[in-house]
Ligand binder design. Sequence first.
Ligand code: B1M
Length: 213
Amino acid sequence: LSLEERIARYVVEGTKEGLVPDLETGLATYQPLGLINGPLMAGMEEVGRLFNANELIVAEVLQSAEVMKAAVAFLEPHMEKTDTAVKGKIILATVKGDVHDIGKNLVDIILTNNGYRIINLGIKVPPERLIAAYQEEKPDAIGLSGLLVKSAQQMILTAQDLKNAGIEVPLLVGGAALTKKFANTRIAPEYDGLVLYARDAMEGLDLANRLTD
Ligand code: B1M
């Protein structure tokens, strides 16, 4: 197997045996994010496919998630960091009912490394907690992540609750359950501030930079 295939296979098989040495080798040719967006994500996509086809059970997917998290934790110190003054403060959360946090935590790492102060509220975050955190932290933006189809609906409800609480800072939304169209036509009309859709963590950074420039 090629290095890329081996790295993807650790995720698919949920094993960390040999992962770190291969990632180290990979760093000679790839940026850390190249390894994440390339072979590691390819592995996760295969996990999703196998799970969908009933060839993996949840416990196995959880092990794959552990491998992904270990890989990201290993690569994180190798990522570029800017030394700029704090560019802004952003609250991040996975929406109510949703436990998926690998993508959100990647957004956290990338924004943190690029000068943002991130208040990461974790998973299954109900609108009330977002509102309380907003009032305490007065962030420049709120970032919502969701991977389940029902999470897209939950984002609409969350946007409505935030609006009713008088909040209008930009909302950054992302996750596999969403599309730009959904964000623009279903979430944005329910909110008073800007609603921005990010396809991946780097686009999330671009959008945040555009807001704070
Ligand atoms: Co779940 N799961 N899962 N799962 N899981 C999916 C999402 C699914 C598509 C798999 C499938 O069926 N093919 C499916 C959803 C179906 C649907 O609703 N359409 C699914 C399901 C059904 C479930 C359960 C219901 C299974 C069950 O219990 N029967 C259950 C849900 C529980 C719940 O949430 N209430 C469940 C549970 C789990 C695990 C706990 C086992 C585990 C999560 C572990 C964890 O996160 N700590 C898990 C995993 C790992 C997956 C898959 C395989 C991989 C997700 C992932 O981590 N991807 C996933 C299938 C897939 O996506 N291929 C699947 C890697 C990550 C880096 O990508 O999060 O998309 P992602 O983030 C991307 C972008 O989306 C974007 O940036 C990142 C890349 O740079 N992004 C943002 C994300 N958030 C952003 C926010 C931003 C900006 C960009 O700004 C704020």
